[in-house]
Design a binder for this molecule. Structure first.
Ligand code: PGA
Length: 267
């Protein structure tokens, strides 16, 4: 079953690099540079550090770029020192919440089960929820990638109702492809794994499953972005390093957009 996603989705995970003022400048720059591209065609977002969220939404009104958070906790309030709740994110003007990034899984003990709690809390509060999944290099070498992806999707979406699915996005990010040490997946490999993910969605949610955007992430750059987005099952890109400068990101977006327009016109 083919993807029926009608928009191009492109976002950046800003990780833990930018100060508040740098984040504001980034959003302002990206917003100005991409304002001419209709929102009906391109959904653009960036997930910033908690400390910058409030200032970005207070200083930049009517942004075209959706403001994203990199994580959340599932409870609304309580004795959870250091945690940030959905209510707090809402107060900061956040629209997209990323959950389950491999760096959260690796450094902060995130599990499939905690991802599910976060996904449900995020959807309950009406956030668009970007669920990150992907196999480790070990899982790939054991040849269990497809099982692992199926498991991650099923657990992350456990007890999510079909009616909530319009707010779910998935990012397929093989762990071995992410960051300085990463090797990008080949476009064909990514396409195959996106198909596996789409099939799980279709089995679990029937037709609703066709409309969930599946983004590829992991060492996306100007060299591989075009081929990646040309794949029939790749609905968008989730980018770290190559998207941290607004001007470079804008160029990449435009390259990708023209290929995506060709792809969607030929459907
Ligand atoms: P990268 O990061 O593009 O720098 O590999 C991707 C991610 O972590 O989402």
């Amino acid at each position: 079953m083919k993807s029926h996603v009608k928009r191009l989705y492109v976002g950046s995970n800003l990780k833990m690099y930018k100060t508040v003022q740098q984040t504001v400048a980034y959003f302002r720059g990206l917003d100005d540079l991409t304002r001419d591209i209709p929102e009906s065609e391109l959904c653009l977002f960036a997930a910033a550090s908690y400390t910058a969220l409030y200032t970005v939404s207070a200083e930049l009104s009517k942004m075209r770029v959706y403001l994203g958070a990199q994580d959340l906790f599932w409870e609304d309030t309580g004795p959870y020192t250091g945690a940030v709740s959905p209510i707090m994110l809402k107060e900061c003007g956040v629209r997209v919440v990323q959950v389950g990034h491999s760096e959260r899984r690796r450094h902060f003990g995130e599990t499939d089960s905690s991802v599910n709690k976060k996904v449900r809390a995020s959807l309950h509060h009406g956030f668009t929820t970007l669920i990150c999944i992907g196999e480790t290099i070990e899982e790939k070498s054991w040849n269990v990638t497809e099982e692992r992806l199926r498991q991650q999707v099923k657990i992350a979406l456990n007890n999510v109702r079909p009616g909530q699915l319009s707010k779910v996005w998935l990012a397929y990010e093989p762990v071995w492809a992410i960051g300085e040490e990463g090797t990008p997946a080949t476009p064909e490999y990514a396409n195959r794994m996106h198909q596996v993910i789409r099939d799980v969605l279709m089995v679990k949610f029937s037709n609703e499953g066709q409309f969930v955007p599946i983004l590829y992430g992991g060492s996306v750059n100007t060299e591989n972005a075009i081929e990646m987005i040309a794949q029939p099952e790749v609905d968008g890109l989730y980018i770290g390093r190559s998207a941290w400068r607004a001007t470079e990101f804008n160029l990449l977006i435009r390259q990708v957009r023209s290929v995506w327009l060709e792809k969607s016109n030929s459907d």
